[in-house]
Design a protein around this ligand. Structure first.
Ligand code: SAH
Ligand code: TRP
Length: 319
């Protein structure tokens, strides 16, 4: 049986071909990150999580294994609301813990990808009759306001270092929106990837099995379908490099030849060697993330980390 998915935005209409053309005609070309996550993209992301180089998922999972009880006891939540939930595999650890102390627990999975919502549902549907699962398809940048308020304590979740995929302004705007939504009894658990040896970071985005490369190139198939374009993914190289000044991974598609792309509006030209930015992934220090929290009206209740200090799960409250 297919699960019930509530759609709160018309995500397809929210970004026009015109806007995409503008981004692809600039000197510094880019494609919005959300186009990485169609059905195939969501499956590929799950595969990336299991590669030996991608330490993030594993590390976050270890932290959750160790501290779920503490997090659940502290937050006393009746509802767990997760943004960009993906498959909810790690979240299951928190849910199982919460079910030990709460009857009628609700879990809300919010994601732009229908495939992710279905994976999440399949992950959780059989764990307990005490768990009420709600699936919402929406865009966490544009649709947060539409999330309904509840009267019981809620634990917001934003895992997988997805905050690192936002630039500073977007990160602060996003966190401020959540902070404003949060009531006194609410908590927010946020997963953040930390600065470490850059070779370790780079390897995570250049796995030898080539899954991240497929994931990156798939963004072209997605926009081809969505906007009737004719990008050929084979004519691009996958590049993921670490920008030390900005402390971020930058993922690009680099043209292997001069290319003309046809669209219903203007045509797009891409020169040999030109790079299209598809994603950034920022790596934070304790200080850099604390300054973002301060600017977003959030305060740290606890910081849970692994022994190597590769990753942090911050339990936050609204100020
Ligand atoms: N939290 C999961 C998945 C992280 S990958 C984990 O830790 O493994 C990022 C997730 O955010 C994907 O499931 C993707 O579909 C979703 N996503 C990306 N852009 C989004 C947007 N604009 N609005 C809502 N969800 C989005
Ligand atoms: N939030 C994840 C990260 O920054 C998203 C991600 C994982 C990702 N692997 C990727 C984004 C590869 C682009 C390319 O790590």
């Amino acid at each position: 049986m297919s699960p019930n998915i509530q759609e709160i935005s018309k995500t397809k209409d929210s970004f026009s071909l015109k806007e995409l053309n503008v981004m692809l005609k600039k000197k510094n070309k880019s494609i919005p990150t959300k186009f990485l996550y169609d059905d195939l993209g969501s499956k590929l992301f799950e595969k990336i999580s299991n590669t030996k180089e991608y330490y993030l998922t594993r590390t976050e999972e270890d932290i959750l294994n160790k501290y779920s009880t503490k997090i659940i006891n502290e937050s006393d939540a009746h509802e767990l609301l997760e943004l960009g939930s993906g498959s909810s595999k790690k979240t299951k650890l928190l849910i199982l813990e919460a079910l030990k102390v709460k009857k009628n627990l609700s879990y809300v999975s919010f994601d732009i990808s229908e495939k992710a919502l279905k994976m999440s549902y399949n992950q959780l549907k059989n764990i307990s009759s005490d768990l009420n699962i709600k699936l919402i398809k929406g865009d966490f940048i544009n649709d947060l306001e539409k999330l309904e308020q509840i009267n019981k304590p809620r634990l917001y979740l934003f895992l997988g270092s997805t905050l690192g995929n936002f630039n500073n302004d977007t990160a602060i705007k996003f966190l401020s929106k959540i902070s404003k939504k949060m009531k006194k009894a609410d908590f927010f658990l946020l997963g953040i990837d930390k600065i470490k040896n850059k070779e370790i970071i780079k390897a995570a985005y250049n796995d030898t099995a080539g899954i991240t490369e497929k994931f990156n190139k798939n963004i072209l198939n997605v926009i081809n379908k969505e906007y009737n374009l004719n990008f050929n993914p084979e004519k691009f190289d996958h590049i993921a490099e670490f920008n030390e000044d900005k402390s971020q991974i930058e993922m690009y598609l680099q043209a292997l030849s001069h290319q003309k792309i046809n669209s219903k509006q203007e045509n797009i030209e891409i020169n040999l060697g030109e790079k299209i930015l598809t994603e950034i992934s920022r790596k934070f220090s304790d200080t850099s993330i604390q300054s973002i929290f301060k600017d977003s009206g959030l305060e740290i209740v606890k910081n849970f980390s692994d022994v190597k200090k590769y990753y942090s799960l911050y339990l936050l409250k609204s100020i």
